[in-house]
Design a protein. Sequence first.
Length: 189
Amino acid sequence: MRVQLPPCSQRGHGGSLFEDPYVFNAAHYPILDLIETHGYIFSTMSINKSVPALVEAAEKAREQSNPRFSHFRVGAAIEVESGEIYSAFNIESSSYGLSMCAERIALWKAVTAGESKFREIAIVSDAFDFCPPCGACRQVLYELAGDIDVCMRNRNGIVKKKKLSSLLPEAFTVKTLHDVQEDPFGRRD
């Protein structure tokens, strides 16, 4: 279905689709092509048939999350080449640095099960805006899963899909480690 979004208020100026939780910023997104399936609304950009199952797995994981400190529930599900889906939710520690994101836990579960070829990851949160992976998750995902698709579902049920490389341009990879050059004085860059 093709949807013309209603005029927005004059409050938002930053370009986020959901600056005000109840108002689309139509100045930045005047028309979206959307389809509805399995109770979710998807943008019509390349949709893999397994996306609804992947999003549902992430949603079920999010429902199990109990973030005691931030109260920000996140669920993630990563699909491997065989079609198997590994899901997880964020886990918090009172020592905040020891908390772990849902995306990395889902990836670790897949890797420890022997998986090495990934298709895409879905991320679901309680946010009105889309919840992309944090910087640490982007780095680890890029290194271990490659340039996979990232499906983000917001609180309103809309799914946005992006390539991981668009979220982490010029990623630091193992290739970077091997591209060390020596200068004429024997120093490394």
